[in-house]
Write a protein that binds this ligand. Sequence first.
Ligand code: NAP
Ligand code: ZN
Ligand code: ZN
Length: 346
Amino acid sequence: MITANAKAVHGADQPFTSTEIERRDLKAQDVLIEIKYAGICHSDIHSARGEWGPVQYPFVPGHEIAGIVSQVGPEVTKYAVGDRVGVGCMVDSCGKCAHCHDGEEQYCEEGMTGTYGSVDRYGQYTQGGYATHIVVTQDFVVRIPDALELDAAAPLLCAGITTYSPLRHWGAAPGKKIAVVGLGGLGHMAVKLAHAMGAEVTVLSQSLKKKEDGLKLGASHYYATSDEETFKTLANSFDLIINTVSAKIDINAYLSLLAVDGTLVNVGAPSEPLPVQVFSLIPKRRSFAGSSIGGIRETQEMLDFCAEHGIKPEIEVISADRIDEAWERVMASDVKYRFVIDISTL
Ligand code: NAP
Ligand code: ZN
Ligand code: ZN
């Protein structure tokens, strides 16, 4: 076993403490990664607090991992010691089903193995990236292009791919009007990526407090959802809406903003249901959809796209003793726009 230092919570309402965790000894195809940076995703908070179901404590979150390969198993062909690499929300899948074959491992019929909170194929409970090291099979590791700094690359491994994938799937391109609901970690990446794909982007935020930022990130328009006029002004206007909000919102109000054949994709994952009135959909043949992260191949494509287009997240790098404070700020929508933990401080 390989011992890593980590930050863990020991209960839903407990603060972080330092701990040691065990990583498996390298199998033939495994890569040992020395983690340099780990992003803080709102999913870490939902998960650790048991909002999505029971979890096992101690619990080490973190699925936006950027680091350096420090050891490889004997059959590893894709990576060498010293390579700059990333790991996102999954670390394994069956590798045999149609979805795995299509490079959409997140939809694996046997279920993907989550980077944390899963039991892996060797029976070990997985622990995430708020840690000094992780062992991952080479097929679930991606290469971080030289043009991307490791700290800025980390959030791309979840916030980046989770917004890139639905934008590609639903055809973000010139001529498309796209709204992004919620300007947080995912939301600000959705704005940058949709803009880079040539779409006309509108931000729908709770207030106008971040308007100047939103326009700089690439949005052409910015509206406050606390203003009822917004819903009248923008009725029937969008081809695609990406909802990144982590809490329950009145989804029917947002569906009313879709044009004929428009789609609202929920990537935000609140634990409460979002009740849909069918008459929000029927009269304009609208769709309400969900999307889960993105496959490994698409994650590499997204990283390369970001490197090529000079896209990187807006980050605030923090030391490991400030994770609790950062989580409180994420909960209060007070993040510009992703916290990234400097693992060297752990
Ligand atoms: P985040 O940084 O906290 O951003 C969420 C944003 O939603 C906030 O910045 C805020 O934007 C808005 N918001 C928060 N509470 C709200 C409320 N009560 N009413 C209206 N708007 C509210 O979170 P994140 O890391 O981007 O994650 C967003 C969601 O996506 C989470 O639920 C997370 O679990 C989920 N997620 C899903 C996937 C997937 O595969 N589908 C992957 C990653 C994350 P404004 O201040 O601009 O209003
Ligand atoms: Zn995430
Ligand atoms: Zn599979």
